[in-house]
Design a protein around this ligand. Structure first.
Ligand code: ATP
Ligand code: MG
Length: 411
C-alpha cells in the first residue's frame, strides 16, 4: 500500500487557499492583458538541456534543485523549475521572431528540490510574463509598472517596495567580474566551499550566496555601479527616470543580483516586509543574451515571475465562496420543479445550492451552513397554486412569489 500523503514540500490546494491563488492569477492576468500580453502554456517538462544549458551550470537551480528523470525512451527530461527558459524555447521553436514585439504570460506549477519551509515548496505556482523584442528602457519601465500595478491591485501596496539594480551590458559585466575576482581572491580562505568553486566557474554567483560566511565578504565587495560603462549607466538612468515619471516607488539596491545566468542591465524584485525571510514575492530582469544563447536571433527580452502561493499568503482576509441561493423542495413531487428553478437561477447568474435530502429543518440548517442569503422553498400545495415561498435568511421575512417572478425577486 502506498503512503496516503503528499510528497514532502508538495500540498493539496483547496478551499480558501485555492480561491486566494485564483484571485492572484486572475488579477495578474487582467493587468497584463491590458498591456497586450497573451497567455501561453508550455509543457511542464522539457528536455533537460533547455534548463541546464541556459540557467547557468553553477546556479542553485541547476546544481541542486532540478527534478530530472529519464523517460522510457531514455531521454533526459526535467520538470520545469521556472518559466522563462520554456517560453523562450517556444518563442524559437514556434518561429515567433517574425512579428516583434512578442508579449506572453503564463501561470502554472514549477518544481524545485528545495528545503521546504514557510513560503518555500517543492511544487509551487508561478505567474510570469515575458516581453521579447524591445531593447529600449521603455520595456523595462512598462514591465515594472505592470508588476507594481498588479501588486497594488492585490491590496499590498503599503508593504511592497521595488528593489532595482543594473548589471550593465556584457562589457560592464566583464569589467566587474575582473574586479570581483581580484577582491574575492583576497578573501579566499574565508569563503564557503561552494563559493570557492563558484570563484573558478562563475564568480558573479558568489554574490548570490546564502552562506553566512560568504555574506560578510559580499557585503564589502566592489559595487556593480562602479563598473558600468557609459551606455549602461545611461540605460539605467533612463529606467529610473521613467519610474519617477510614473510615480513608482523604488530603492536602488546595489547588492541585488539575480541567481540565474541570463540577466543583463535591469534586475528587480518586489519585496514585502510581511513574510519574514521569504519576503521576495516577484522578481525579474532583462535577459538580452538568452534568445541567441538558445539558438534564436539577437532578440532582447525582459520579464518577471511571482510566487502565487506567497502572494496568496499575504492576503489574510478570509475569502469565502460567493453566497448562494438555497433551493429547497419539500415532497417528492416538487423535485423536478426544484431542478428547473435552480437551473433558471443559475442561467440568470446566481450561485445556487440545491438541497438533496432531509426534512425541512435539516434542509434549512444546510442552507444556513452554505451561507445562503435567500431560500426558495417549494411545497406541493403552493406549487399547485403556481407559487413558491422565498425566505430572506438574514431578516427571516418570507413571502409567496409566483413562479414567473422568482428570478426578479431574488435580485
Ligand atoms: P529565492 O531567493 O527565494 O530562492 P529565487 O531567486 O529562487 O528565490 P525566482 O526563481 O526568481 O526565485 O522565482 C520568482 C518567485 O517565485 C520568487 O520571488 C518566489 O516568490 C517564488 N518562488 C521561488 N521559489 C519558490 C519555492 N520553492 N516555493 C514557493 N515560491 C517560490
Ligand atoms: Mg531559489
Amino acid at each position: 500500500m502506498e503512503k496516503v500523503q503528499t510528497v514532502r514540500g508538495t500540498y493539496d490546494v483547496y478551499g480558501s487557499q485555492k480561491r486566494k491563488m485564483k484571485k492572484v492569477i486572475k488579477t495578474a492576468s487582467e493587468v497584463v492583458e491590458k498591456y497586450g500580453f497573451e497567455e501561453i502554456e508550455t509543457p511542464i517538462f522539457e528536455f533537460t538541456e533547455v534548463f541546464a544549458r541556459n540557467l547557468g551550470d553553477t546556479s542553485d537551480i541547476v546544481t541542486k534543485e532540478m527534478y530530472c528523470f529519464s523517460d522510457r525512451g531514455g531521454e533526459s527530461l526535467t520538470l520545469r523549475p521556472e518559466g522563462t527558459a520554456g517560453v523562450v524555447r517556444a518563442f524559437i521553436s514556434e518561429g515567433m521572431q517574425q512579428n516583434l514585439p512578442v508579449k506572453l504570460y503564463y501561470a502554472g506549477p514549477m518544481f524545485r528540490y528545495e528545503r521546504p519551509q514557510k513560503g518555500r515548496q517543492r511544487q509551487f505556482t508561478q505567474f510570469g510574463c515575458e516581453l521579447l523584442g524591445v531593447e529600449t528602457p521603455q520595456a523595462d519601465i512598462e514591465v515594472i509598472a505592470m508588476a507594481y500595478e498588479f501588486v497594488e491591485k492585490l491590496g499590498l501596496q503599503g508593504s511592497v517596495t521595488v528593489e532595482i539594480n543594473s548589471l550593465g551590458d556584457k562589457e560592464s559585466r566583464d569589467a566587474y567580474r575582473e574586479k570581483l575576482v581580484a577582491y574575492l581572491k583576497g578573501h579566499y580562505d574565508s569563503l564557503s566551499a561552494d563559493s570557492k568553486e563558484r570563484l573558478e566557474k562563475n564568480p558573479l554567483r558568489v554574490l548570490d550566496s546564502k552562506e553566512e560566511c560568504d555574506k560578510a565578504i559580499v557585503a564589502a565587495a566592489p559595487l556593480y555601479r562602479d563598473s558600468l560603462n557609459e551606455a549602461s549607466k545611461m540605460f539605467f538612468e533612463n529606467v529610473l527616470k521613467g519610474l519617477d515619471a510614473l510615480g513608482i516607488k523604488y530603492r536602488v539596491n546595489d547588492r541585488l543580483v539575480r541567481g540565474l545566468d541570463y540577466y543583463s542591465h535591469t534586475v528587480f524584485e518586489l519585496v514585502t516586509d510581511k513574510l519574514g525571510a521569504q519576503g521576495t514575492v516577484l522578481a525579474g530582469g532583462r535577459y538580452d543574451g538568452l534568445v541567441s544563447q538558445m539558438g534564436g536571433g539577437e532578440v532582447p527580452g525582459i520579464g518577471w515571475a511571482c510566487g502565487v502561493e506567497r502572494l496568496a499568503l499575504l492576503n489574510d482576509e478570509e475569502m469565502g465562496k460567493p453566497r448562494p441561493v438555497a433551493v429547497i423542495p419539500l415532497g417528492e413531487d416538487t423535485a423536478e420543479m426544484a431542478l428547473k428553478i435552480a437551473y433558471q437561477l443559475r442561467l440568470a447568474g446566481f450561485p445556487v445550492e440545491q438541497s438533496y435530502s432531509g426534512n425541512i429543518k435539516k434542509r434549512m440548517i444546510k442552507a444556513n451552513k452554505a451561507n445562503a442569503y435567500k431560500a426558495v422553498i417549494i411545497g406541493s400545495e403552493e406549487l399547485a397554486k403556481g407559487v413558491v415561498t422565498i425566505k430572506d435568511l438574514e431578516s427571516g421575512e418570507q413571502k409567496e412569489v409566483a413562479l414567473d417572478n422568482i428570478v426578479k425577486e431574488v435580485e
